[in-house]
Design a protein around this ligand. Structure first.
Ligand code: AHR
Length: 499
């Protein structure tokens, strides 16, 4: 047994958490849409063709905002293909993912689906093959009440009320050589600024996300952010970050420390934003939209042999997540919450079938992956004021870094519920941690959810959701302190009632 202390710091709150920190992402990719959320003829499908079993799980996750329609897909997408009578829509080649796009789901259907989930839309426009013209037309179609060409077209398509989309991405990963219409920072920065300008001529209150680097390992990382912001600083509210994590090397101690790399990434991008702010003498802070993050590596081998350009949506990026992936996802959520002062939006990439917490069987049901649970805990208990936790515990060295604390932790104070929730990741793979937790003003530990005791490589599957968290008996609190054991290799949620 090792020993640790966790003291929740109530005097220096980090920031109020923007509920959009727990957003997600749905792309026209693989089976995310077709045989994912949309499958007319499926036994659970409603009159609009949306799978009821998937809707139930999306509602259970309480996702507040969903980014759509891509991803790489959007850089070759003509949104007009996805509106109007479904039987007249063109089937196109999707060059980003080497598939066919039937266009049976487009903006209107996706918006209908979102209405059923309770989430709002974060819409990415195409700055690969398109630009200013698309920007001004799609905002007219989506947001203008009526009396103009595009708003009347929306009404003709049966959607009387405007969608009032408030959050827009100016393209996707435009620095990536794989991206259709990839651009230099100068080309992209200028185009993004001009698109932002026309969109805000229509509605100055919308919020815009400019593309940061595709990931932190891009050769132009840093320079890209700096130059893009030099062009767009006064036109946008957010800069995007994307990052995927892998345990391809099967080094679990190093893998479970990878949320610390996410923290480094965020801090570096914040420093660049603030450097540009200082150079410009601006009054405004650019906030971050970490709009693609997750574990992604299990499916890479399969995807290399996927059929190309066939009529059926192929099973692409269908990572089957194991228990250690869920632990890392918990750690990544801790890092996002710790940075809630600058990261206002984040999207777990993605939501359904494609590197997703929710999976479907085309001829069967929907099921929860291991990573479903830490995300659910964050959306359920992670609303309120983010609080730092002073952690004192042993540490270890691994391949990528030294002095990795075994415990990682953050807390969230929820005034409406008069409670504080503590999230804790225990990275120690061999030994439980005897832990003293102190929270001034706490009267009772009301719930301890522990996700522990599973083989690191254990997975869930259709009809076999065995890798689940469980409620533990609650240790007694005395004078704001509770002493308990935190299981080795575990993700934990502690809820404290306040006086
Ligand atoms: O989420 C999968 C892909 O990862 C997205 O399409 C792209 O933006 C990123 O590279």
């Amino acid at each position: 047994m090792k020993n640790a202390t966790l003291r929740i710091n109530t005097t220096n709150p980090i920031a109020a958490i923007d509920p959009r920190l727990y957003g997600s992402f749905v792309e026209h990719l693989g089976r995310a849409i077709y045989s994912g959320l949309y499958q007319p003829g499926h036994p659970s499908a409603d009159a609009d063709g949306f799978r009821g079993d998937v809707l139930e799980l999306v509602r259970e996750l309480k996702v507040p905002v969903i980014r759509y329609p891509g991803g790489n897909f959007v850089s070759g997408y003509d949104w007009e293909d996805g509106i109007g009578p479904q039987n007249g829509r063109p089937v196109r080649l999707d060059l980003a993912w080497a598939t066919q796009e039937s266009n049976q789901v487009g903006l209107d259907e996706f918006h209908d689906w979102l209405d059923k989930t309770g989430a709002t839309l974060m819409y990415a426009i195409n700055l690969g093959t398109r630009g200013i013209d698309e920007a001004r037309n799609i905002i007219e179609y989506a947001n203008h009440p009526g009396g103009t060409y595009y708003s009347e077209l929306r009404k003709k398509h049966g959607r009387e009320q405007p969608y009032d989309i408030k959050l827009w991405c100016l393209g996707n990963e435009m620095d990536g050589p794989w991206q259709i219409g990839a651009k230099t920072a100068t080309e992209y920065g200028r185009l993004a600024a001009e698109c932002a300008k026309v969109m805000k001529m229509y509605d100055p209150d919308i919020e815009l996300v400019a593309c940061g680097s595709s990931h932190q390992g891009m050769p132009s990382f840093g320079d890209w952010e700096r130059e893009v912001l030099e062009h767009t600083y006064e036109h946008v509210e957010y800069l995007s970050l994307h990052s995927y994590y892998s345990n391809a090397e099967n080094d679990s101690p190093a893998y479970l420390a990878k949320n610390l790399a996410m923290d480094d990434f965020i801090k570096t991008v914040v420093a660049i934003c603030d450097e540009v702010k200082a150079k410009k003498g601006s009054q405004k802070d650019i906030m971050l939209s970490f709009d693609e993050w997750n574990v992604w590596y299990h499916s890479l081998g399969n995807d290399r042999n996927a059929p190309r350009f066939g009529p059926e949506p192929p099973p692409l990026l269908e990572d089957i997540y194991n228990f250690e992936d869920a632990l890392l996802v918990g750690g990544l959520l801790i890092t996002l919450i710790k940075n809630a002062d600058r990261v206002k939006i984040a999207c777990l990439a993605q939501l359904i079938n494609v590197i997703a917490p929710i999976m479907t069987e085309p001829d069967g049901g929907a099921w929860r992956q291991t990573i479903f649970y830490p995300f659910l805990h964050a959306t359920t208990y992670g609303q309120g004021m983010a609080l730092n936790v002073d952690v004192s515990c042993p540490a270890y060295d691994c391949k990528d870094r030294q002095g990795v604390p075994y415990l990682d932790s953050v807390a969230v104070y929820n005034a409406a519920k008069n409670e504080t929730t503590l999230f804790v990741l225990n990275r120690d793979l061999h030994t439980d941690m005897e832990t003293k937790i102190t929270l001034e003003g706490a009267t009772e530990l009301t719930q301890h959810i522990s996700y522990a005791g599973h083989d690191l490589k254990a997975t869930n599957g259709p009809g076999a959701e065995l890798i689940c968290p469980e409620n533990m008996p609650c240790a007694k609190m005395e004078d704001g302190t509770v002493t308990l054991s935190i299981a080795k290799a575990s993700w934990n949620v502690f809820r404290f009632r306040l006086s």
